[in-house]
Design a protein. Structure first.
Lengths: 298, 241, 366
């Protein structure tokens, strides 16, 4: 449904995208995962025909982003960063306006946004500027869906939004996917990768890895340990000095320690005990996307 | 941690007409503590922070920050706190050095102190290559680390961080938290909001606001036990939904 | 068409919900007209003058009475000697001293000619000029009345055509209207387009099937309406508060206003193709449009007294032509044929700018 081939884009001296390639199949929920500055927004603007790539090709449903821009603009639903809404218009007015702009009516496609809009209904007379982050996000999604797009492009829809709204948002995306919609979504939250069918991990304009989240996690090349102790921060500092460590990172109130495959629990435990760490719990665990991402970054 | 309280909030409220943005909250924060301040969008976090930093006055209740009343001693209060947010931190069109000079000047540091601090930061954050680069050309992760160091340049008693790591890559985020711990160990209290629940777990104590009220407050283990949850994410969802 | 109507409706909502801007938009023209109309008057009333009368005859006495009775002058004192002239100017008591020669009356009757001397304080040259020409006019009319049959051929009357009392309101109403219309049209359109770029809604509009000219037209029309309402407000103020004459056709006047507003709107759109933020849009509008419209249009400084390069540049400024057009219609009551050239220039500028604006409107972000 979406193909991206060797896309390059520079702004003056800065190379924003370096020979990026990936494919999104029809009906997939595809994640573009990476921190700010990875080039996600630039890529979205190229796919929505708002920017031209310096070189390389990209198509949506077989349509070229450069030549067929008019056709593409009719079939995509786009939600830019920062939820582009008219803050001085009410919820209803925003929705009606975007419906009309895309030559349709809210009534005609109400079934598409029914679930989402229900949550907004009580606030429909309120100005978009007075809504909370989560509500703005739901309204922006409704506006992007109202013309029944074939492809949905969402640029960081969950940034600045609290965990509950984020969860609700992903549930909505899953539902839309069941309706057959192809969605490309970008996010800086690595934990959201696991909710996608397939992901591309991006960093500094380059793709680090493309695969299903499960395969990416399985491909972690080291042994990974989760270590809980009395003082997490002190333990982290001590583990950073551990000879056989490959990396040690804090994950909430535990430390994830990556080591070579021959290292075992006993070796870690005796090292920590020697250093005076108390209440040690060590457990071998399966790596997550964040572990892989940090490993690829180094 | 010696138990000295640097933030004391008693029955603090802020009303906008009928709407209670902050509804009768009370809590204390101790010296050198890393205090996580969580809540859903629109739960009243921002309003509470604006009162604690002396930007807005309260509708009722009392609060002292760094020993100063938030309504009566605003100027003194502002001299003794630092503030950094994701949206506003550094001047994009100034270089690192110029930013430091500016903020150092605002807080009344002498020229000697400013150049000393600048050198310290360059050494500590490894900024030698970018010390004369415009902030707008520096990657986000570094920018946030610099912004944080600048926010504590005058050694305030408390530093308020409003979603400091939003959008930052996972490794830099962890380096950022290393800075937070170092700062807390040196005796500066850190008051932080975040949407990353793993980061919430790094805090000594966590509070959770729901619809203007503090619904939970305690260390991570206490909260997990009380709400029968495996991690902060579950606690958050249970409370906010 | 439905899309277009929705777009225009949205623009009107933006305008009406931003109360502060709306108040400024309607308040400013009123304040400006009143300020220029009442405070910064260049016509004279009750100016303090002194008289040194060496003649002390019937004619000089009559003339003195006439001058004292006029609302323009207030004769503060009579001097006794030439020495006192310097002193009284130094004290700043009067703006002008009128000196009658010894044989004033005799000369007037016998030779149809008698010089009077007018000494004015030229440290305020404008006032000095106006005062002395008023005084000359008064003198002339006295000569005409008293000796009308004897001196018909010596009349060098300075009649102030179309603005006999030299009322500044006649100058300021067209000037203020020009500037306000420029401001509302160019500044406001460039800002609204830049605002959409800033909040990111422009991205969605561009990605939508909306055609660029629908976006352009949708942005223009609300401000066209707004500008016409404001123009009417200024006109009403001028006509009823300041008794400005309206000698020409209202249809023609509004047609010309329409043309000028259109020209300004296209200028605004042109600016917005360059500016990505509201701030930039505002600065460019101010520097590139407002200042030349005020300074080079002949509103405040007469074009004929500018250095040649500036005179040439002033030809490219729509405001200059528009001010000429309004004055012609309102004061002289001329029809289209007399202002054909000026109108033609405005049409030419507008068409040219429209072509550039359409060409420059970007279908992408870069």
């Amino acid at each position: 449904m979406i193909t991206v081939q060797n896309i390059n884009k520079s702004y003056g001296q800065v190379q924003a995208l370096k020979s990026l390639s990936f494919n999104v199949e029809e009906g997939q929920l595809y994640g573009l995962i990476g921190p700010d500055g990875a080039g996600k927004t630039t890529l979205f603007r190229i796919l929505t025909t708002l920017l031209l790539a310096d070189s390389g090709e990209a198509t949506l449903d077989g349509l070229d982003v450069k030549k067929d821009y008019k056709k593409i603009r009719k079939m995509v639903g786009y939600m830019p960063e920062r939820f582009s809404l008219y803050m001085d218009l009410t919820v209803e007015e925003n929705l009606n306006f975007f419906a009309t702009v895309f030559q349709t009516t809210v009534e005609e496609n109400y079934h598409l946004i029914h679930d989402i809009y229900q949550m907004l209904e009580p606030f429909k007379k309120r100005k978009a500027g007075d809504l909370s982050g989560g509500m703005k996000q739901k309204l922006a999604l409704s506006c992007a869906l109202i013309h029944k797009p074939r492809v949905l492009l969402l640029d960081e829809p969950t940034t600045g939004v609290d965990p509950v709204s984020r969860k609700e948002f992903w549930e909505m995306l899953k539902k839309l996917q069941q309706g057959g919609l192809t969605t490309l979504v970008s996010t800086p939250f690595l934990d959201e990768a696991e909710l996608c069918d397939e992901v591309a991990l991006v960093q500094n304009g380059q793709i680090l890895k493309v695969d299903t989240p499960q395969n990416i996690a399985l491909a972690f090349p080291h042994k990974l340990w989760q270590i809980k102790s009395k003082s997490n921060y002190k333990t982290l500092k001590i583990l950073k000095e551990f000879n056989q460590k490959i990396s040690a990172f804090a994950f909430g109130n535990v430390v994830h320690l990556a080591t070579d495959l021959e290292v075992n629990e006993m070796m870690i435990e005796s090292y920590l005990k020697n250093k005076g760490v108390e209440q040690i719990q060590i457990q071998a665990i399966q790596a997550g996307i964040e572990d892989v991402f940090m490993d690829l970054m180094q | 941690m010696n138990g000295e309280k640097v933030i004391e909030v008693k029955n603090l409220s802020k009303h906008f007409g009928q709407f209670k943005a902050v509804d009768d909250i009370s809590f204390d924060v101790k010296k050198g503590e890393v205090f996580g301040f969580l809540g859903a969008n629109g739960a009243g976090k921002t309003t509470a922070i604006k009162m604690l930093t002396g930007i807005w006055s309260s509708s009722s209740g009392q609060a002292t920050v760094a020993g100063f009343d938030i309504n009566r001693n605003r100027n003194k209060l502002k001299e003794n706190i630092g503030y950094m947010s994701q949206k506003f931190s550094l001047y994009e069109d100034l270089t690192f050095k110029e930013n430091v000079r500016f903020y150092g000047g605002i807080y009344g540091l002498s020229n000697k102190e400013i150049s000393q601090k600048t050198d310290e930061m360059i050494a500590h954050l490894e900024l030698d290559n970018i010390k004369n680069t415009l902030i707008s050309e520096i990657p986000l992760g570094w920018k946030q680390k610099i912004a944080f160091s600048v926010a504590v340049i005058h050694r305030p008693k408390i530093v308020f961080l409003d979603e400091p790591t939003s959008g930052v890559d996972p490794i830099t985020r962890r380096q950022f938290w290393d800075l937070i711990y170092e700062t807390a160990e040196s005796g500066i209290t850190v008051f932080v909001t975040t949407h990353y629940m793993d980061e919430a777990e790094y805090c000594d104590r966590i509070s959770m606001m729901v619809q203007g009220r503090i619904e939970a407050l305690g260390s991570l283990d206490e909260l997990l036990e009380k709400h029968d949850a495996r991690n902060m994410d579950e606690v958050f969802v249970k409370l906010a939904r | 068409m439905k899309t277009f109507a929705a777009f225009v409706r949205k623009e009107f909502k933006h305008i009406f919900r931003d109360r502060k801007t709306l108040i400024i938009l309607f308040g400013m023209p009123i304040v400006m007209v009143i300020m220029f109309g009442f405070a910064i008057r260049t016509e004279i009333s009750n100016s303090r003058i002194a008289i040194l009368d060496h003649a002390k005859d019937a004619h000089s006495q009559k003339l003195k009475n006439k001058i004292s009775a006029s609302e323009y002058f207030n004769v503060v004192t009579e001097l006794n000697s030439e020495e006192e002239i310097g002193e009284i100017f130094k004290r700043g008591d009067v703006k002008l001293v009128l000196v009658f020669p010894q044989d004033f009356g005799k000369g007037l009757v016998n030779e149809n000619h008698s010089p009077i001397q007018i000494i004015a304080d030229a440290s305020d040259p404008n006032t000095a000029n106006i005062l002395s020409s008023y005084l000359q006019a008064t003198f002339q009319s006295y000569v005409n009345e008293e000796l009308n049959l004897q001196a018909p051929n010596l009349n060098i009357t300075t009649r102030m055509m179309y603005n006999p009392e030299n009322k500044s309101v006649y100058m300021f109403v067209p000037g203020v209207m020009t500037i306000i219309l420029m401001l509302v049209s160019a500044l406001m359109t460039s800002i609204t387009v830049a605002k959409e770029k800033e909040i990111g809604t422009m991205e969605i509009l561009l990605v939508s099937p909306l055609k660029p000219f629908v976006i352009i037209l949708g942005k223009i029309i609300p401000y066209l309406v707004l500008a016409l309402i404001i123009a009417s407000t200024i006109l009403l103020l001028g006509l009823y508060v300041f008794n400005m004459p309206m000698n020409g056709s209202y249809y023609l006047l509004f047609a010309e206003i329409f043309l000028f507003v259109l020209c300004a709107l296209v200028l605004g759109l042109l600016i917005s193709t360059v500016a990505n933020s509201q701030q930039t849009a505002m600065l460019i509008s101010m520097m590139a449009l407002m200042l030349p419209s005020i300074l080079l249009s002949g509103f405040i400084f007469p074009i004929s007294s500018m250095p040649l390069p500036l005179q040439v540049i002033s030809n490219a400024i729509p405001a200059k032509w528009f001010i000429i057009i309004i004055k012609n219609i309102m004061l002289k009551g001329t029809g289209l044929e007399a202002i054909m050239f000026e109108t033609g220039v405005l049409v030419f500028i507008t068409v040219l700018l429209t072509l550039i604006a359409i060409k420059k409107f970007k279908i992408r972000l870069e």
